[in-house]
Write a protein that binds this ligand. Structure first.
Ligand code: ZN
Ligand code: ZN
Length: 264
């Protein structure tokens, strides 16, 4: 099957909607079962469908996490255990990926980083962050405590540090040291203003090949702090250039790589 032209992809998709006379499939069902290579061919001609597809994935992931949190909180209530802070529903929106006049937060946009970890390309949050127990904590003395193989008798994650004989829960570490920091605290990407912009209500992404320019090809300011960036909407032009420049990541796309013959 060749997908070199828009017409070829469209014809094949039409065929998928009606594989045989009398047998039809809804577009929604087709979207669910579309194999990876066909999806990649499709979004080459219709990039807006990748954006929508990614939003669907994020919302489904958020719904699964919310359902797990709800189940855990329900179980705790039945056992008459006090509600814990980490029973709260996990945040699902990205504080850096904001759009529009009101700088409304959008979903995270995950891609695999150099180390193979799925991370949001805007705020740096690893997928599932805040959902699973942290892999490790840093205490103010600079010591790192990594997740031990075993949990404590009540199922809370335990953390250990070299040359320390005792393992502690995150809560115990926090009580003992005053504050702890997740070793995987994400780093947001760098954002800039347009140098000549007067009111500075929009942030931009610097070009990876020329840091004096924004991706939307204007003169870039010095980088702003992540805190400032988290309050501002991202320029639509920079956002599109940036997302279009990301390498394809079939795994993050989430479609099983089935043969067309396997289509139900
Ligand atoms: Zn994000
Ligand atoms: Zn821009």
């Amino acid at each position: 099957m060749k997908f070199d032209t828009e017409a070829e992809v469209r014809d094949f998709l039409r065929l998928c909607l009606e594989p045989r006379p009398g047998l039809t499939r809804t577009p929604a069902r087709l979207a669910e079962i579309m194999p990876g290579p066909l999806f990649e061919a499709l979004v080459r001609f219709a990039p807006h469908l990748r954006v929508l597809h990614d939003q669907v994935e994020e919302q489904e992931k958020a719904a699964r996490a919310a359902r797990r949190a709800y189940g855990a909180a329900l179980a705790a209530w039945i056992e008459d255990e006090p509600a814990r802070e980490d029973d709260a529903l996990p945040p699902t929106l990205c504080e850096q990926n904001r759009l529009g006049d009101k700088a409304e937060p959008q979903y995270h946009h995950y891609r695999r980083d150099g180390a193979g970890v799925l991370r949001c390309v805007f705020c740096g949050v690893p997928e599932g962050w805040g959902d699973e127990p942290a892999r490790g904590y840093r205490t103010p003395d600079g010591r790192e405590w990594m997740r031990a193989a075993e949990d404590d008798e009540r199922g809370a994650a335990l953390y250990e540090s070299p040359f320390v004989g005792t393992r502690f829960t995150a809560l115990a570490l926090e009580v003992l040291h005053g504050s702890i920091e997740d070793v995987e605290t994400p780093t947001a990407r760098t954002f800039v203003f347009k140098e000549r912009s007067v009111n500075r209500t929009t942030k931009h992404i610097p070009s990876p090949t020329n840091h004096l320019l924004t991706l939307c090809r204007d003169v870039a300011s010095r980088p702003m702090s992540a805190e400032d960036a988290a309050r501002l909407a991202l320029c639509g032009g920079c956002r599109k250039e940036f997302l279009d420049s990301l390498p394809l990541d079939l795994e993050a796309g989430g479609y099983p790589d089935t043969a067309y013959a396997d289509l139900p």
